[in-house]
Design a protein around this ligand. Structure first.
Ligand SMILES: [Ca+2]
Ligand SMILES: [Ca+2]
Ligand SMILES: [Ca+2]
Length: 333
């Protein structure tokens, strides 16, 4: 049973309506967010800096992912054991690049409304519009206390930060203000859970993609973390902020790698030349990694979600179908 979105004329917004009972049997952790109940906290950066979200080890909740198993790319959730697959945003529109709030109760994602507009904007739980522009706004990443988000905006995907409670028309603060920034793409944003630092991938210095990090509050010249002249993307901070998982084709095919947060000691943990492995995301308890894999030579319709231990052992397939399953994020509960 899929979730669905209805237009609420009175509220002048999109909301998930009805069907909540049917939205899996029923974990209100994630799903309460679909009612769209934001805590509109005023942002004080000094408060943000003082707050972490990892005082307690979170438990692993559901995995949120993107699939084309219905008419367009939509967002689904699934239990880590492969059970309980549920549609969260299954409209005829395109929904992609989900980010999950640190407390596991809210999502942000990218959508084109209408689909024919080919104009990306960012939406939140209940499909509440979070950006509104004629440019492409995408790659949302919740801040570590969940009150803000970073996103990439415009032709060259510059990084901006705004409050979750800001109006959709509010652009926010540009942080990629370093020399030459406007010439480069910044994407796959991920905000450290323990510091106000954003990891991202960019073609800033090579014709490939490398991973960088930048101060999320002040902006700065990004620090380059990979130096391989290969495609390095989809960086994801470990829950304790000490490591970054990412994918790279530096060995010839795509693998899941883990490096220290300063770029040192990269380790190939998927280590399988027969499979195309990408899009890693840490489990909230930091013991496992969900990722996307398909046999080398097959199309993306063979992409499935897999989970492995953080040392690469015990690879287990979670989905098994003829559709493209990707962009997993793992919610805490
Ligand atoms: Ca837009
Ligand atoms: Ca591989
Ligand atoms: Ca599939």
């Amino acid at each position: 049973m899929n979730g669905y979105l209805n237009f609420n004329a009175n509220a002048d917004s999109w909301e998930f309506r009805g069907g909540l009972e049917a939205l899996v049997g029923i974990d209100m952790g994630i799903f309460s967010s679909l009612i769209g109940n934001y805590s509109a906290k005023v942002i004080d950066y000094s408060t943000v800096l003082a707050q972490g979200n990892r005082e307690q080890t979170p438990q692993n909740g559901k995995i949120i992912f993107v699939s084309n198993r219905s008419s367009s790319l939509n967002i689904y959730s699934i239990n880590p054991d492969g059970s309980g697959e549920t549609g969260l945003a299954t409209t005829s529109e395109w929904e992609n690049y989900p980010s999950i709030s640190p407390d596991g109760t809210k999502i942000l994602f990218c959508s084109k409304v209408p689909l024919s507009s080919d104009n990306d904007d960012i939406y939140g739980s209940g499909k509440t519009q979070k950006t509104s522009s004629s440019t492409d706004d995408c790659h949302p990443a919740f801040s570590r206390n969940g009150a803000q988000f970073a996103y990439s905006r415009g032709t060259n995907q510059q990084i901006y930060i705004k409050n979750l409670s800001d109006s959709a028309s509010t652009i926010g603060t540009l942080i990629t203000t370093y020399s030459g920034a406007s010439s480069y793409y910044h994407r796959d944003l991920d905000w450290s859970p323990t510091a106000d630092v954003i990891a991202f991938s960019s073609n800033k210095e090579t014709s490939y993609r490398e991973i960088y990090k930048i101060n999320a509050v002040e902006g700065s010249i990004p620090i380059r973390l990979t130096t391989t002249s290969a495609y390095n993307s989809h960086s994801d901070w470990s829950p304790d902020g000490t490591q970054i998982a990412f994918d790279s084709n530096r060995t010839g095919d795509y693998e899941i790698w883990i490096m220290n947060a300063d770029g040192t000691n990269p380790i190939n943990i998927s280590n399988s030349s027969s499979t195309h492995d990408e899009n890693p995301y840490w489990s909230p308890d930091q013991k496992r990694i969900v990722y996307v894999s398909r046999p080398v030579g097959y199309s993306s319709s063979s992409d499935e979600l897999w989970i492995m231990n953080a040392d690469g052992s015990n690879k287990t397939r979670i989905t098994n179908n003829s559709y493209n399953d990707g962009h997993p994020v793992w919610a805490s509960q």
